[in-house]
Design a protein around this ligand. Structure first.
Ligand SMILES: Nc1ncnc2c1ncn2[C@@H]1O[C@H](COP(=O)(O)OP(=O)(O)O)[C@@H](O)[C@H]1O
Ligand SMILES: O=P(O)(O)OC[C@H](O)CO
Length: 492
């Protein structure tokens, strides 16, 4: 039976999965990734660690494929988006750690451009806002800060890429410098109407265009992996940003279909078809998929801290020994006792887009204990999701009464029920929450001819559970009003 090797390089972990032609996940290998916080608001990853984890998990998966009798026909890559890598084309070595999407060091650049009144034009071209979440200001920082980087870049010695592009470069032994349109659409340098790098935006951020990768369709033949890397040469026929991958992996292929992914951060995305929906409520327009010469778009709302807040209660505060324990703690309380966490550890994303905001816990009394803080870290995910969905519905006019969820956090039943209650809509959790890997596999398998068109996950991936709202409206409104008060503390 044919299969695809799907690589999902996420913020907190790297996964390699085998997905067979019946779209079943046959094996999965995962390695956690170390996060580095070298200064306030900075977040970095070691690109070599990412590469090692990709190679080791992919090799494990390919070994397993032999045992399972699977004929792996292609590789698909989904990745944490916006994260910036700059490397030397001759040595193949990154010249600096990867600057992660959560990193705020480019905030001053963006603010200067906002002050100069440039944001409306940037929004029209890119669908994005002038925020340091996106790649351009991270790249500008690297070129301005690393000695001789600008000079090397102008002489064509350096290559820039998001994680997909860096992995492709390494897999192909430095032969292919390319990315896909969904990843390009997150850089602030890509015109999503023209589907091309934008020279004016590159000039604005002082980015020499010779360092940019070629942009391809999501199911293109990106290149062949070198035999010595994975022990076998395979075509890479799918690359896609992880949130767009999840949209595809959830079967949100029609206009109006929506999902929310709750991993490190929270990402709500709604398919807007061939229409670029320019938001009036500070949502983003982005490329959902580019294939057969046609671009499909999505509206997106992103918040930076979802599971990252749970990780903070576990790793920094030591309030829980495992992420799973948060569910037990949240259930142990009858209510939140007025305690809210606004998790602005790296500023606030949509709809506020405030890079300098910092996290607060409000409403604490002497009765507040670890369980209240843990519960607040879970509750804030639902409140942030509510803020996003309200804005998205107002913008697109496309309403929905059920929402598909995925990402590492949604194994938490308490959180899914609370989400249903706060959003006042049904929450649909698929049996396989690895929808990101599925999306990457669907693209790669389509590119490699395993499927003649993108498989529709809705007919193939069974539902695990349907969470129905049960909370009274007065209670929902009381909780949301408490959340809005807490957010005001952060924004004032
Ligand atoms: N049972 C759980 N309850 C709440 N959060 C969880 C649970 N299990 C994992 N998480 C959170 O999910 C996140 C990992 O999700 P994942 O989708 O793998 O992230 P990413 O793709 O960003 O690396 C972590 O931040 C972790 O804290
Ligand atoms: O790694 P994830 O799954 O948290 O996704 C990160 C996003 O792509 C950032 O935009």
């Amino acid at each position: 039976m044919k299969a695809v090797l799907a690589i999902d390089q996420g913020t907190t972990s790297t996964r390699s999965l085998l997905i067979d032609e019946a779209t079943a996940v046959r094996a999965a290998f995962r390695v956690e990734l170390v996060q580095s916080y070298p200064a306030a608001g900075w977040v970095e990853h070691d690109p070599e660690a990412i590469w090692r984890d990709v190679v080791s998990t992919a090799r494990d998966a390919l070994d397993k494929a032999v045992g399972l009798g699977l004929d792996v026909a292609a590789i698909g890559i989904a990745n944490q988006r916006e994260t910036c890598v700059l490397w030397d084309r001759e040595s193949g070595q990154p010249i600096h750690p990867a600057i992660v999407w959560q990193d705020r060091r480019g905030a001053d650049w963006c603010q200067r451009f906002i002050d100069d009144g440039l944001e409306p034009d940037v929004r029209n071209k890119t669908g994005l806002l002038l925020d340091s979440y996106f790649t351009a200001s991270k790249l500008a920082w690297l070129l301005d800060t690393i000695p001789s980087a600008r000079d090397l870049a102008e002489r064509g010695r350096l290559a820039f890429g998001t994680i997909d592009c860096f992995l492709l470069w390494r897999l192909t032994g430095g032969k292919v410098h390319a990315t896909d349109a969904t990843n390009a659409s997150r850089t602030l340098l890509f015109d999503i109407g023209k589907m091309a790098w934008c020279p004016e935006l590159c000039r604005m951020f002082a980015i020499p265009m010779q360092i940019l990768p070629q942009v391809r369709e999501n199911d293109a033949l990106f290149g062949m992996s070198e035999r010595h890397v994975l022990g076998v040469s395979l075509p890479v026929t799918g690359m896609v940003g992880d949130q767009q991958a999840a949209l595809i992996g959830q079967g949100c292929l029609g206009r109006g279909d929506a999902k929310i992914t709750l991993g490190t951060g929270g990402f709500a995305m709604q398919n807007t078809g061939s229409h670029i929906c320019h938001s009036e409520h500070r949502m983003l327009a982005t490329v959902a998929c580019y294939s057969a010469g046609a671009a499909h778009y999505a509206m997106e709302g992103a918040f930076f801290v979802a599971g990252a807040g749970v990780k903070w209660t576990r790793d920094k505060l030591g309030l829980v020994a495992s992420s799973a324990e948060t569910e037990v703690m949240a259930r142990s309380l009858p209510d939140n006792a007025g305690v809210y966490l606004v998790p602005a550890f790296v500023g606030l994303g949509a709809p506020h887009w405030n890079p300098t905001a910092r996290a607060v816990l409000t409403g604490m009394t002497f009765g507040t204990g670890p369980e209240h803080i843990v519960r607040a870290a879970l509750e804030c995910v639902a409140y942030q999701a509510a803020d996003l969905l309200n804005a998205m519905t107002l913008d697109s006019g496309l309403t929905f009464d059920a929402l598909k969820v995925d990402g590492g956090m949604v194994v938490n039943d308490w959180l899914c029920q609370f989400l249903a209650d706060i959003l006042d809509m049904s929450i649909l959790r698929p049996a396989n929450i690895e929808t990101t890997a599925l999306g990457a596999a669907f693209l790669a398998g389509t590119g490699a001819g395993i499927w003649s068109a993108l498989p529709d996950a809705t007919s193939r991936v069974p539902l695990d559970r349907h969470f129905v709202p049960t909370m009274a409206m007065t209670e929902r409104n009381r909780l949301l009003s408490g959340w809005r008060d807490a957010v005001r503390h952060v924004l004032c």
